[in-house]
Design a protein around this ligand. Structure first.
Ligand code: UT7
Length: 323
């Protein structure tokens, strides 16, 4: 029997504290105008002292499970995407597993930075398709505020903290019109390390380190690779851009989102954009945007949803789902 991963619940969590561009302009040589014009960001959420990635992930996961009418013990698998784990080990996913009261199955992390959610979705979807698991929770959760150089205006204004989650159920595959994940497409290019990385880690400096980015070069490669992987995902499913109901992109920069949308010929009102309030939450940005658009009624059952992301590595990927 062939299986397909159907999406049965979606959840999100944002820390309470809002940090506006103006607040940052009070302590850095930047301005609300520069940040909005160059990135589309207006404000970001920052986790409280002692509030960890696993806390954000747990709240998002619990909401996704509740909405799917499920509890932790119904799950076979948790795949959590993060570049900001609570600890070097164990995986943040097992902390979430324990808090959800899930006493069986397996939980682990996936590390693909801002593309992490697409990579985690691919891992979970493959497990469900193969019959290795029947129910999976996919989480993107980050506290990037902890790995920012708060003196570097070129990076610290860009990121925020948050988490989002999806619950997937394996169902019999009834062909291309059945609901669920249609395909996932993953890429990486390790030669591009130096344009986006963190200058620390357990095996190198023994400290967590700070994010370093050559923004202009990442921007250039993002538009190129995202356009390519979106074409790949459409072609793999025999779809054209006109078939897509919603583009749900990783939220790094409105200019990147617009450029990819333009190349696709998708009108801006078919794109879910949350960057103004969330900034770039790395692996959490796509599930946060999905949750918002599902909750406000934009994304409805049967809609075709195209997700895409690019991040450090470089890594990039896309997925198409029939909601
Ligand atoms: O999610 C992972 C993937 N990451 C991304 O996709 C990020 C991709 N890159 C970007 O989004 C953009 O490159 C940035 C938003 C990071 C930067 O925008 P940009 O248009 O590429 O600006 P730039 O780096 O070329 O800098 C332009 C100017 C520079 O000044 P000079 O050298 O022209 O005098 C910067 O020093 O803007 C200056 N600048 C700032 N000014 C005010 C840089 N950061 C700031 C700031 N406030 N926060």
């Amino acid at each position: 029997m062939m299986f397909r991963s159907q999406i049965v619940g979606c959840g999100a969590y944002l820390p309470a504290r809002i940090v506006t561009n103006d607040e940052l302009a009070g302590r850095l040589d930047t301005s609300d105008e520069w940040i909005r014009q160059r990135t589309g960001i207006g404000e970001r959420r920052i986790a409280a002292d002692g509030e960890l990635t696993s806390d954000l992930a747990f709240h998002a996961a619990r909401q996704a499970l509740e909405r799917g009418g499920m509890s932790g013990n119904d799950l076979d698998l948790i795949v959590l995407a993060t570049a900001t784990p609570d600890e070097t080990f164990p995986a943040t996913a097992v902390k979430v597993q324990a808090r959800l009261g899930m006493k069986r199955g397996a939980a682990f992390d996936v590390q693909a930075v801002c593309s992490g959610f697409i990579f985690a979705l691919a891992v979970a979807d493959n497990a469900l398709r193969l019959g290795q698991a029947r129910t999976a929770l996919v989480i993107g959760a980050e506290t990037f505020s902890r790995i920012l150089d708060w003196q570097d205006r070129g990076t610290c204004v860009l990121f925020g903290d948050g988490a989002g989650a999806l619950v997937l159920n394996a169902v019999a595959d009834a062909g291309p019109t059945s609901r669920g994940i249609l395909s996932t497409h993953l890429h990486s290019d390790g030669r591009q390390h130096d344009i986006l990385y963190v200058d620390g880690g357990p095996s190198s400096t023994g400290m967590a380190g700070c994010l370093r980015m050559q923004g202009r070069e990442v921007f250039r490669q993002a538009v190129q690779h995202l356009s390519g992987v979106v074409d790949e995902a459409l072609a793999a499913n025999g779809l054209s851009p006109a078939d897509i109901d919603w583009l749900v992109p990783h939220q790094a920069n409105t200019r990147i989102i617009d450029a990819v949308g333009r190349k696709l010929g998708l009108s801006a009102d078919k794109t879910v954009v949350t960057i103004e309030r969330h900034a770039n939450t790395s692996a959490a940005s796509i599930p946060l945007a999905l949750e918002e658009a599902v909750t406000d009624g934009r994304i409805r059952p049967g809609h075709l949803v195209l997700m895409e992301a690019l991040g450090g590595g470089l890594t990039w990927g896309a997925s198409i789902a029939r909601w």
